[in-house]
Design a protein around this ligand. Structure first.
Ligand SMILES: CC(C)=CCC/C(C)=C/CC/C(C)=C/CC/C(C)=C/[C@@H]1[C@@H](COP(=O)(O)OP(=O)(O)O)[C@]1(C)CC/C=C(\C)CC/C=C(\C)CCC=C(C)C
Ligand SMILES: Nc1ncnc2c1ncn2[C@@H]1O[C@H](COP(=O)(O)OP(=O)(O)OP(=O)(O)O)[C@@H](O)[C@H]1O
Ligand SMILES: [Mn+2]
Length: 365
């Protein structure tokens, strides 16, 4: 069928994708960062900044096209995305419930694509995934953007990218992050880690803004808003990394800047043994401080989003940031104690998020 210049191929409705599986254990995200030298950081930050600029400019020029109008099929596609979202996105789940339904569905579709991409290298079939498989996944991404979805989940994203001004670059960059993750188990410095964080999480920020929308009354430049969205992705990923140090090292991966570990006098052997020494606590304090810096940076951009999107973003920001507080409460034992924000605390954050969303600032709440 053809709609709005987008050609849709037919695809089988069932059995292409298994139902959302139960979690098989924790996923192992990257390691942590510290304060490395400005010179070291400059390279990645500059490179990523270029993408942010291009993305911000590109989005400005785009006019969403009509997309597919087969609503029965699309409703089913989006519903399936919603099921995956409910199964996996524990922290972000609440966030989308607060959105308008059209945006919520779009975020679900993006989430599912991101989750599937991540599962390629982190999921049960990860040991069979090669760079070639990721090339195939990237070709499939191209088809999604050209209105040729392969399965039902792809169809939802195909519709979403025809409905919102979404560029393909952040999606490609996320696949690039997965390529990196296949090959790299150590990060020499924060510059290398920052680039990884951009690939796997900063990109999510860039994908989300065109759906969330920038407030018409906002005086901020597109670049400022995209930079804040990037910062939230980086902050989330750094937090994820800090939380998952133990799991990651059990997978033989240390996503912590090696130069900072060396300066702190922490050996790999100590990490593999899970030694919560004083030097580890000091090191972790610095990693947490850095993650919070990125959260602070992100906060500046939330007020620039369309009103209806501020609450969900505040909610997810506050929820994810609390993981850092829990790591402190756990006395920096992120080797054997998983930092987990309970449901009561999650719900308690919602009025606070709402307050910040309506005040447009973090000062009063
Ligand atoms: C409302 C909201 C937050 C919307 C975004 C939801 C979305 C599309 C998320 C995709 C997440 C995903 C599956 C990414 C794949 C790579 C990955 C796993 C990254 C880590 C996410 C945490 O996942 P999780 O904890 O489930 O991982 P494990 O359970 O450990 O496996 C990341 C830490 C990255 C998440 C990054 C974001 C959600 C970016 C947030 C930025 C914005 C929404 C921009 C807001 C705009 C401004 C201006 C501040
Ligand atoms: N410390 C823990 N103890 C027991 N179960 C946990 C713990 N941490 C997580 N889980 C279980 O694993 C599930 C998935 O973890 P996950 O990391 O996806 O959740 P989250 O951190 O709440 O949110 P998000 O997925 O957005 O990071 C949780 O919903 C919970 O059931
Ligand atoms: Mn999760």
């Amino acid at each position: 069928m053809a709609a709005g210049g987008v050609v849709w191929v037919t695809f089988p409705k069932q059995n292409l994708i298994p139902p959302p599986r139960k979690r098989f254990g924790r996923k192992l995200r990257t390691g942590v960062p510290l304060i490395s030298s400005t010179a070291e950081r400059a390279y990645s930050e500059e490179k990523v900044h270029e993408v942010v600029l291009k993305q911000a400019a590109w989005v400005k020029q785009q006019r969403p096209n009509e997309g597919c109008k087969d609503w029965d099929l699309l409703n089913e596609a989006y519903e399936r995305c919603g099921e995956v979202w409910a199964e996996y996105a524990k922290t972000f789940y609440l966030g989308t419930l607060l959105m308008t339904s059209e945006r919520r569905r779009a975020i679900w579709a993006i989430y599912v694509w991101c989750r599937r991409t991540d599962e390629l290298v982190d999921g049960p079939n990860a040991s069979h995934i090669t760079p070639r498989a990721l090339d195939t996944w990237e070709k499939r991404l191209g088809n999604i953007f050209q209105g040729r979805p392969y399965d039902l989940f792809d169809a939802a994203l195909s519709h979403t990218v025809s409905n919102y001004p979404l560029g393909i670059q952040p999606f490609k960059d996320m696949i690039e992050g997965m390529r990196l993750d296949l090959l790299k188990t150590r990060y020499n410095n924060f510059d290398e880690l920052y680039l990884y964080c951009y690939y796997v999480a900063g990109t999510v920020g860039l994908m989300s803004v065109p759906v969330m929308g920038i407030a018409s009354e906002s005086k901020a430049s597109n670049e400022t808003v995209y930079s804040a969205a990037l910062a939230l992705g980086i902050a989330n990923q750094l937090t994820n990394i800090i939380r998952d140090v133990g799991e990651d090292c059990r997978r033989g991966r240390i996503y912590l800047p090696q130069d900072e570990l060396a300066s702190a006098g922490i050996s790999e052997d100590e990490i593999f043994r899970g030694l919560v020494s004083n030097k580890w606590k000091i090191f972790m304090k610095n990693q947490i401080k850095r993650a919070r810096m990125y959260f602070d940076e992100a906060e500046k951009g939330v007020a620039e989003l369309e009103e209806a999107s501020r609450w969900p973003v505040w909610a997810s920001l506050l929820l994810y940031r609390q993981i850092l507080d829990v790591i402190e409460e756990n006395d920096y034992n992120n080797f054997t104690k998983r930092a987990y924000v309970g449901k009561a605390k999650k719900f308690a954050s919602l009025p606070l998020a709402y307050g910040r969303a309506i005040m447009g600032t973090s000062k009063f709440f």
